[in-house]
Design a protein around this ligand. Structure first.
Ligand SMILES: Cc1cc2nc3c(=O)[nH]c(=O)nc-3n(C[C@H](O)[C@H](O)[C@H](O)COP(=O)(O)O)c2cc1C
Length: 322
C-alpha cells in the first residue's frame, strides 16, 4: 500500500475513534445511571484514598466529601441507586465517623444520608479501607497457596516505609514481567526506573496528577512506555496502549510476587505535560508513556483502599446470538 493510502487509513481510523469517543465517551455530563456510576466511584475513591493515608492531613478529603454530597444532591428523583452509588454512601458514612471531621460537614453528610433511605446491602461491612493485617500475616510469595491468596492480596499500596528498594528485587520483578504476551511477540514496552533518589522522584512526580498525599513516600518510581514503531498500520493504532497496559499489569503482579508493594499512577496528561516530561527525562519521541508505578516496602501495619468490585454478573456476560 502506498504511503498516501496508509495515511488516509490512519486518518480514517482516528476519525472513527474520535467519533465514537465524542458520541459515547463519558466526557459529556449525563443523568444516565451508568454514567453516574462511573462518576460516583471516581469521587468516592478520593475519600477512600484519604482514609487510607497513615499521615492524613486534618482537612484531607473535605473537598471530595463536598463533591460527593453535590453528586447525590443532583441525583434524579426516582432513579434507583447503583452499586457504586450505594458504596459511595457507605464511604461517606465512614468518613463522617472519622474523629477529625468539622461539625458542619458532619451535619451536612447526616442530612444527606437521612434523605437517602438506602439499602447498604453491598457489602454491609464495607469501610472504604482495609486495615491490613500485619505484614507477617500477609501472604507473601512463599506462602501464596492459591490463585485467590495471590490475587486478593494485591492492593495499591500508598504508605511505603523509608526502606530502600533493592535493585535485585526490582530487576527480578521486571524480568518476570517480561513474560507478558504481546501482539506477534513484539514486546514494545520499556520500564525506566528511578531508585532511591528522593529529589529526582519528587521532580518526576511533579508531572503526575494522582500522587498527592503519598508521593513523598515513594522510594522507587517506574515509568512504563511502549514503542509506536512496533505498530505498522492503522488497524494497530491502539495496540501500543494495549500491550503497554498488559505489561504494566503483569509488572504489578510481579512486584507483588517479590514482596514489594506498588501503586499504579495514571499518565492521563495533556500534550503539554507529556512533552515537557519526555523532554526533561529524554524519553524517546516514538515511545508513549503508559503509566508510572510507585514501588516500595510494606510497613508492619498499613491501610489500603477497599476498592469495591462490581458484581461478577456485571463483568461476566454470556454472549448470545440475536
Ligand atoms: C492506569 C491506572 C492509573 C492509576 N492512577 C492512580 C493515581 O494516579 N493515583 C492513585 O493513587 N492511584 C491510581 N491508581 C490506582 C487505582 O486507584 C486502584 O487500582 C483502584 O482503586 C483499585 O484498587 P486496587 O489497585 O487496590 O485493587 C491507578 C490505577 C490504574 C490501573
Amino acid at each position: 500500500m502506498t504511503t498516501f493510502k496508509s495515511s488516509l487509513r490512519i486518518l480514517y481510523g482516528f476519525y472513527y475513534d474520535f467519533n465514537r469517543f465524542f458520541r459515547y465517551g463519558g466526557w459529556k455530563k449525563s443523568t444516565n445511571l451508568k454514567y453516574r456510576e462511573y462518576l460516583a466511584v471516581r469521587i468516592y475513591h478520593k475519600l477512600e484514598k484519604c482514609m487510607s493515608f497513615s499521615d492524613r492531613r486534618v482537612d484531607a478529603g473535605q473537598n471530595a466529601a463536598h463533591e460527593l454530597i453535590k453528586f447525590y444532591e443532583s441525583k434524579p428523583k426516582n432513579q434507583e441507586l447503583g452499586f457504586h452509588e450505594s458504596i459511595g454512601l457507605t464511604v461517606l458514612t465512614n468518613y463522617r465517623d472519622q474523629s477529625d471531621i468539622p461539625l458542619a460537614l458532619s451535619h451536612k453528610i447526616q442530612l444527606l444520608l437521612d434523605a437517602f433511605t438506602y439499602d447498604s446491602h453491598e457489602p454491609t461491612d464495607y469501610k472504604g479501607y482495609i486495615e491490613s493485617a500485619k505484614k507477617s500475616n500477609f501472604s507473601f510469595s512463599t506462602s501464596f497457596e492459591s490463585a485467590e491468596s495471590f490475587f486478593n492480596t494485591r492492593h495499591s499500596l500508598r504508605s511505603f516505609t523509608n526502606q530502600k528498594v533493592d535493585i535485585n528485587d526490582l530487576s527480578r520483578a521486571i524480568n518476570l514481567a517480561r513474560t507478558t504476551p504481546s501482539v506477534c511477540n513484539r514486546q514494545s514496552w520499556k520500564c525506566y526506573y528511578i531508585i532511591n533518589d528522593r529529589q529526582l522522584i519528587d521532580y518526576a512526580l511533579e508531572f503526575q496528577s494522582g500522587n498527592r498525599g503519598f508521593g513523598h513516600r515513594i522510594p522507587c518510581l517506574l515509568i512504563i512506555t511502549s514503542d509506536l514503531l512496533a505498530f505498522h498500520d492503522s488497524s494497530e493504532r491502539y495496540q501500543n496502549w494495549i500491550d503497554g497496559g498488559m505489561f504494566s499489569m503483569n509488572l504489578l503482579l510481579a512486584i507483588h510476587s517479590v514482596n514489594l508493594g506498588a501503586c499504579p499512577l495514571n499518565w492521563s496528561r495533556g500534550p503539554g505535560r507529556d512533552s515537557a516530561f519526555r523532554n526533561k527525562f529524554k524519553i524517546p519521541i516514538n515511545e508513549n508513556i503508559i503509566m508510572m508505578i510507585g514501588v516500595g516496602h510494606y510497613p508492619e501495619k498499613y491501610r489500603v483502599c477497599e476498592s469495591a468490585r462490581k458484581p461478577l454478573s456485571e463483568t461476566m456476560i454470556e454472549l448470545k446470538k440475536k
